[in-house]
Design a protein around this ligand. Structure first.
Ligand code: CP
Length: 309
């Protein structure tokens, strides 16, 4: 078994990036470094329940892989809206009260912002927000930040261009909040008006003194960025399909865009992608998105260890 320095547990639940300070981030990343690629039994006898009301490949399976690699067990339901008692009219709160009796930690994905906080309010075990509608996705932000650090050496001083669906993109909301804890970070939000970043996040960045700008032109900034963080325009979040079509066609990363990107820069994407990054980009060493997804297992091992270890 890997021995980690004992740290006081400082989190009851993982609901928002706002819960993290630099000290806690260092703790999570040290645990991830120590646990990456390993298997041990530190969570033997503990049970994780995954409750997913929205589809997922990476988050659910990497959490399950993480728990199994730490010796724990996994129960759960995907498509929880159809395959749990939600279909019979049970409230989220009652479901969480029940699942709290069956597991030591609940990993919840839901289509409504604030659902994880509602769950935590009634849970008697730890709750992890695995994405709450257009709200947040804090463990994705942890693995994103971990990726920036491992690819570029540090997140301090980076210029990041967030692209795509910045209005509904929960991974953008969570990562921007973690990056504002870093010195010298600059952010450019590249999106058409209909999916441009919301005023709440802009106000928080301004209050933290983070320099940022909004544009719909990636070509204006591409040669100055360290990170391009591309996102999928999420059809499922739109009520007006004309808005969706207008947004979907707006920003695409292809070989021509990569020619303007600095040699040391990286392209990230939380995935899944549709066509917002051309597959011809995948072979470019600056395409970091599959390495980024791989980091999800180590980070989620670290989060489970932090909550349950
Ligand atoms: N990045 C992410 O949340 O992917 P999934 O929807 O596949 O979990």
């Amino acid at each position: 078994m890997v021995t980690l320095a004992t740290q006081p547990r400082r989190l009851e639940h993982v609901l928002s990036s706002d819960q993290f300070d630099r000290g806690l981030l260092e703790d999570v990343f040290a645990r991830a470094d120590a646990l990456a690629g390993r298997r041990d039994t530190r969570l033997a006898g503990r049970i994780m329940a995954t409750l997913f009301y929205e589809p997922s490949t990476r988050t659910r399976l990497s959490f399950e892989s993480a728990m199994l690699r730490l010796g724990g067990a996994v129960i759960g339901t995907e498509a929880a809206r159809e395959f749990s008692s939600a279909i019979k009219g049970e409230t989220l709160e009652d479901t969480i009260r029940m699942v709290s009796q069956y597991a030591d930690v609940i990993v919840l994905r839901h289509d409504q912002a604030g659902a994880a906080a509602r769950a935590a309010a009634v849970a008697s075990v730890a709750v992890v927000n695995a994405g709450d509608g257009p709200g947040e996705h804090p463990t994705q932000a942890l693995l994103d930040l971990y990726t920036i650090r491992s690819e570029l050496g540090s997140a301090d001083g980076v210029h990041i261009a967030f692209c795509g669906d910045l209005r509904f993109g929960r991974t953008v909301h969570s990562l921007a909040q973690l990056l504002r804890l870093h010195e010298g970070v600059r952010m450019t939000f590249v999106a058409p008006e209909v999916v441009q970043v919301g005023s709440d996040l802009q106000a928080r960045l301004a209050a933290a003194g983070v320099p940022f700008r909004l544009t719909d032109r990636l070509d204006e900034v591409i040669s100055t960025v360290d990170v391009v963080y591309q996102t999928r325009v999420q059809k499922e979040r739109f009520t007006d399909l004309d808005d969706f079509e207008a947004a979907r066609r707006s920003i695409r990363i292809d070989r021509a865009v990569m020619r303007a990107l600095p040699r040391r820069a990286i392209v990230m994407h939380p995935l899944p992608r549709v066509d917002e990054i051309a597959t011809e980009v995948d072979e470019d060493p600056r395409a970091a998105y599959f390495r980024q997804a791989r980091n999800g297992v180590a980070i989620r091992m670290a989060v489970l260890d932090l909550l349950l270890g």
